[in-house]
Design a protein around this ligand. Structure first.
Ligand SMILES: Cc1cc2nc3c(=O)[nH]c(=O)nc-3n(C[C@H](O)[C@H](O)[C@H](O)COP(=O)(O)O)c2cc1C
Length: 200
């Protein structure tokens, strides 16, 4: 089992990355392989149409950048709330994906806010990012509010920290079960990305 996590912040050493590292560590403790991509520390250029050309520079860059990404069984997308939106870096990341990369695999949405926000990126990702990628967002998501005050040390510092750690752990367990279940869907022979590369 392998899970790929994408930290969607534009900032280096972001709070989203902090949460992503906590999730990766939790998964690894369960014996699950992880790959953590940090769009803040290693930014992706804005998608451009030469991505459609076979040997373009940007295509070569992407293939190197995304090595190991499409072989994961499940995905975690972490988005900060920026001006009531999902992070543009994460939306840009979705443009790079093609039909087969993450299709019919489970995705967990984690949103991050330094205050009381975090609902909008969840709604936005659920509304639009699945159409061509065919990611299957699981019903559980986690909104990490007041992110700066939690997940800062080895052990929880207070009730909110304790709650969010337990909730994140629970949601990862749910994700792993969806990963096992959706494997059967992909193996069924019904999925035909070649004939129907784009969702409606
Ligand atoms: C450009 C920008 C816009 C922001 N807009 C919001 C917002 O709409 N709602 C919110 O709750 N927090 C907002 N914040 C604060 C973020 O929640 C906070 O910076 C958080 O740490 C972002 O996660 P990051 O560290 O992973 O980038 C914004 C931050 C930035 C940099």
């Amino acid at each position: 089992m392998k899970v790929c996590l994408v930290a969607g912040s534009h900032r280096k050493n972001s709070q989203s990355l902090k949460v992503g590292k906590f999730l990766a560590k939790t998964l690894e403790a369960k014996g699950i392989e992880t790959l953590l991509l940090d769009l803040g520390g290693s930014p992706l250029p804005l998608w451009e149409p030469t991505m459609w050309e076979k040997d373009s520079e940007i295509k070569k860059f992407w293939l190197e950048y995304s090595a190991g990404f499409s072989s994961a069984d499940a995905y975690v997308f972490l988005s900060p709330e920026y001006a009531g939106m999902a992070s543009p870096a994460l939306k840009n990341f979705f443009l790079y994906l093609t039909g087969g990369d993450i299709s019919h695999k489970p995705g967990l949405i984690i949103t991050v806010s330094s205050g009381m926000g975090g609902s909008y990126p969840n709604a936005e990702l659920r509304m639009s990012s699945y159409k061509n990628t065919r990611i299957v967002y699981i019903p559980d998501h986690v909104i990490v509010r007041h992110v700066e005050s939690i997940l800062n040390s080895e052990l929880p510092e207070g009730k909110d920290d304790e709650y969010i750690r337990a909730r994140l752990n629970y949601t990862l367990n749910v994700l792993v079960e969806y990963a096992k279940a959706l494997n059967a869907v992909r193996q069924s022979g019904v999925i035909d990305i070649k004939t129907y590369p784009f969702g409606l």
